[in-house]
Each structure stands twice: as C-alpha cells, then as structure tokens.
Ligand binder design. Sequence first.
Ligand code: IPE
Ligand code: IPE
Ligand code: MG
Length: 246
Amino acid sequence: MDRLVKKKLPRHIAIIMDGNGRWAKKRSIERIIGHRKGIESAREVVELCREIGIKYLTLYAFSIENWRRPKKEIEALMNLLERYLKNEIDGLLKNNIRLMVIGNIQDLPLPVSEILQEVVEKTQTCDDMILNLALSYGGRDEIIQAIHRIIKAVKENNLKEEDITESSFSSYLFTRGIPDPDLLIRTSGEMRLSNFLLWQMAYTEIYVTEILWPDFKREDMIRALIDYQNRERRFGLTSEQLIKTG
Ligand code: IPE
Ligand code: IPE
Ligand code: MG
C-alpha cells in the first residue's frame, strides 16, 4: 500500500466484475454462490477505494445483455442486489459514500428499484466518494438515449445545433457530471468491453487480470493501481512533449 503515490491515483475507476460463474463452476457449485461471493469482493474494493481517496468508482453489476440469461439466474441476481442495497445503506452513510446508478432503472423489479431510489436519496449529500452502479446498462443504448434527448432539446429550442460538442454531448449521458474513467479493471481474463461506458472510455487505461471476481481482493486492487501508476498517459502526444510540460 505504501507503494501507492497519492498524486498519481486515478480519479475514477471502472470495474467489469467478471468470472463469478466460472468461480462457482470450478467448485461444482451453483453460479449464484459465485455471485454471492462476488459481493464480498465488491464490498472490499469499495472500502479500499474509500480509504485511499478514490473519488469515483463505477461497478458494472448487470448489463442490458444480461437480461438474456436464464430466468432463475436473473431472479437470484436481483434478490442479491436487493439484499446488498439493504445491508449497505448504513455503511454507505457512515463512510460518507454517495450511491448513484446508471442504466435503465425502470427495467428492474420494483423492490429493487425502490430500494435503489431510497439509497440514492438517503446518500445524496455524502461526498467522500461516489459509488456508481451500472444496472441494466448498455453503452450503445446510453448513446442512443442521449441522441434522442439532444434532438428533443434542439427541436424545443433548448439547444443549438452548433452547441453539440464532445463536452455537451457528455452531459446527455447517464454519467453527466462524472469524469471519464482513468482506469478500467476487468477480472477473469476477458479482453473485451462488453458494451461498458463506450463513449467515456476513449482514453481509459485498461487492466485485465486472470483472477476471477470472487477471488479479487485488496492486494489485487493495489496491484492494479501500481500498474496504472507506471503507465504513461500520452493522449496523442509524444513522450518528449509530456516530459517538457511536466
Ligand atoms: C459476472 O460474472 C457477473 C454478472 C455478469 C452479473 P459472470 O456471471 O459473467 O461469470 P462468468 O463470466 O460466467 O464466469
Ligand atoms: C459483463 O459481463 C457484465 C457485467 C460484469 C455485469 P458478462 O460476463 O455478461 O460479459 P460477456 O457477455 O461475457 O462479454
Ligand atoms: Mg461473464
């Protein structure tokens, strides 16, 4: 942990928490037990991020495509989510963590969307860290929804066509007000984005580990952060230019 340089920490970390099913399969137990175990990893990672001063953490918990999974698994996941939110509320308040959600909340079962709304409201003045959950989320869907809202705003004379810029476009996304992720972590070795934050990750550093999400612990997170700190983020410039400007 003392190898972490405070000044070089990412402001926003996004995580694709993947590998719960394979973790369970390896043990010949039900997938849902892998998901349950995965919640412990999420809790540990949230705690660590809060401790070291990460401002934004976005966790990919359920994608739009995940609705195509077997009904039984979806139901179990939704129950887990509901229970997680109920259990977490006091801890979030105590640790001054604000919960936000991106995705299509209206598609979630009512008890889940109700408790989500409650936690979002109760934590809205917390400001040490923002925990952002991606639920029923798809990056392409988010972009299309933004386009619809922009067209509406232009039609209603609330937005001029020439004012559609990269930055104004961003403000029509679910993530408005949240800076783009500096670091994306994906567990379980898969080398793909799976429709996650497509617009926002144009310049995000990507870190993939073979570790399955239920096995991903504090030390693995620290390892990812150390790796990130050793990267050179060039944003199109040359190394020499970066050295000159510091
Ligand atoms: C990630 O684990 C959790 C969700 C997608 C909800 P998976 O369930 O995708 O686990 P694998 O990829 O089958 O191992
Ligand atoms: C991505 O994982 C979604 C979440 C982690 C919630 P998946 O396991 O669903 O991704 P694909 O479909 O294998 O790419
Ligand atoms: Mg998976």
